[in-house]
Structure formats: C-alpha cells, structure tokens
Design a protein around this ligand. Structure first.
Ligand code: BDR
Ligand code: CA
Length: 317
C-alpha cells in the first residue's frame, strides 16, 4: 500500500453531493483521506432524503471529519422520487450495525450552502455522486458559480444503463438536473457505468478489507458484503458490486489511474423508454458540437482498490 497513501500538502477542496448509499460511503472515505472536504450535501436518491442525510452524517462521524452535512432536495426537479431498495436496502446502507448520527444536519438548505460556499471560495470541485438535483438548482439560481468552481466530477451515465436499458440510476432519477449539469459550460468529468463496472468489490478484495485491523474496517467490509450480495443476486455475470462513486473522487485525486477521452454528451430528457440516457456524439464529422466533458474510459482497478483500502485502513483504529 505504499504508492497512493500520501496526502497532498494542498488537497483539492470539494463539496461532495451524495445519496449514501454503500458506494457513496466509500467515496466519503476516499474524499476524507485525499481531499479537503469543505462540506457534504445530501440528496434524495438511493433512499429517501431523511435516510441519505442520516447515512452521510454517520459516515462523517465515523471518519471524524470536520465538515458540515447539509440536506438538500427531497425530490427531483420535476419527477417523482425513486429509490434503490433492491441495491442498497431500505435504509440506503443496509448490512452493517451502524451507530446513530451525532445530530441533525447543519441545515436543510444544501443549495444555499453550495452557492454561498462557492461564492466565498473560488476553485472548489463539486462532486455529485447521486441524482444531480442540488447541483442543478444551485447552477440555475446562481449561474455565476460556473465561473467560480474548479469543475464538476460526476458519477453517472454510461454507454449502458442499469435502472433501464438506457439509463444509469443517478441520471434516471433526475434527467432534467443532469441536463443542466452537462450544459453548464465548465470542466466536467464523467465516471459512467462502463468505467465503474471495471472496478468491482470482488470476494478477494472484500477479504482485504476484512483483514484490516480496527473498528471501521469490519463495518465497511459488512457494507461491501451486502452491496456485492445484491449485485450478485441480480446479475448473471458479476463477481462483485461495481464501486461506482469513489471513481468520481479518485478522478480528481488519482487521475493517473484512469484513461479518458473528450466527448460531447447530451442527456435524453423526453424519451419514453430512454429518459436519462447519456448520448455520445461520436459521429466522424467536422461540424459536431465541441466536447463538453472528459469521459473516463478505463481504470487501473487493482491500484484503485489499494487507494480505497489504504484510506479505510487510515481511519480504522
Ligand atoms: C449509482 O447509483 C447508486 O445506486 C450508486 O450509489 C451510484 O451513485 C450507480 O448507478
Ligand atoms: Ca450514489
């Protein structure tokens, strides 16, 4: 675990916008280790807002992170809320005996918090790893944010879907919000399903977490067991859950672990069977629109697992 465990002297400032969520929890661990987490905002997604907020606070407490958690949107911009009980259980983070949260969120105005914080400090990365409702609301109420933030690194979309044949869960929940994000005009990094499915919590990798000393590692190992269990029970050919959300963090902190390409990506918001699809403009024409994002295409999964493992070990005592 020697290679990727050194904290940078100037870790990137981020606001992590999440819906924990087993893999969101792991993203919080990596972010706590390798970034300057200015704040965590929660959104309805894997579970209702009350549960995702609770889970975010529990993770913040378990890691001893000194940052606020603000709760945000209770529902997508225009659609009814949808949750992923079949993947994450009713609580959003089933499978482990978790402590109670230390208290309520700092506020219920995640959008206001994002706007104020990004106006007060330039160069923050926004890292949405759930439905992008909070981020879209912030960008729409405060278009000046586009020029103040460093960029947005998302987990979402891909060349195939999981909630539907066309759409990945985060995009499927709130396509209109994703559309705002993909059109915002600044740096955008996309970790989609075709990337995250290369990074799976295999039994061998989960065993490495079980083998770590301390009290946090066994909790996270149990979360991985549950998460991988639901994936294995629902898929024909998958050995472990794709560890989606940490990719959006590591895209910033460990960019050398990824391959990428520039692309123009649009979000389908009207399709009757394709809503939430990410459409890549790969036409071999000179007059197609300029690329609007960096699409991550490959990951060194073994090295990325060591990054995650080391971060867990760091906080497990
Ligand atoms: C995404 O949906 C959620 O289930 C995960 O937390 C991840 O953000 C993967 O489709
Ligand atoms: Ca998520």
């Amino acid at each position: 675990m020697a290679s990727y465990n050194a904290m940078s002297p100037n870790p990137l400032p981020i606001i992590l916008d999440c819906d924990p969520g087993h893999d969101d929890a792991m993203a919080i661990v990596v972010a706590a280790r390798h970034t300057n987490v200015i704040g965590i905002t929660s959104v309805s997604g894997n579970a209702p807002l009350e549960s995702t907020t609770r889970n975010a606070i529990i993770m913040r407490d378990l890691l001893g992170l000194d940052c606020p958690v603000h709760s945000g949107a209770e529902r997508p911009l225009i659609r009814e809320p949808r949750h992923a009980v079949n993947v994450h259980g009713k609580s959003g983070m089933d499978g482990a005996n978790l402590p109670a949260p230390s208290g309520p969120p700092a506020s219920t105005d995640a959008v206001g918090y994002i706007i104020e914080t990004c106006r007060a400090q330039e160069g923050i990365w926004l890292v949405p790893i759930g439905p992008m409702t909070n981020i879209a609301l912030a960008l729409r109420s405060a278009p000046d944010l586009a020029g103040r933030i460093a960029g947005i690194s998302i987990m979402g979309g891909g060349r195939f879907g999981n909630s539907t044949a066309a759409a990945e869960f985060n995009l499927w929940c709130d396509p209109e919000a994703a559309d705002v994000v993909f059109r915002y005009g600044g740096p955008l990094i996309m970790s989609g399903l075709d990337l995250t499915h290369q990074f799976q919590a295999t039994p061998e990798r989960i065993a490495m977490v079980h083998a770590l000393p301390g009290t946090l590692a066994p909790i996270l190992a149990e979360l991985f067991e549950f998460f991988s269990g639901t994936y294995r029970s629902r898929h024909h050919n998958i050995v472990g859950a794709p560890v989606h959300d940490p990719c959006a963090v590591m895209a910033l902190t460990h960019p050398h672990l990824f391959t990428r390409r520039r692309a123009h990506v649009q979000i389908e918001t009207h399709g009757t069977i394709t809503a939430g699809m990410t459409l890549f403009d790969d036409r071999d024409l000179k007059d197609i629109p300029e690329p609007n994002c960096d699409v991550l295409t490959g990951i060194d999964a073994d090295a990325a697992w060591l990054v995650l493992l080391e971060a867990i070990a760091h906080f497990s005592h």
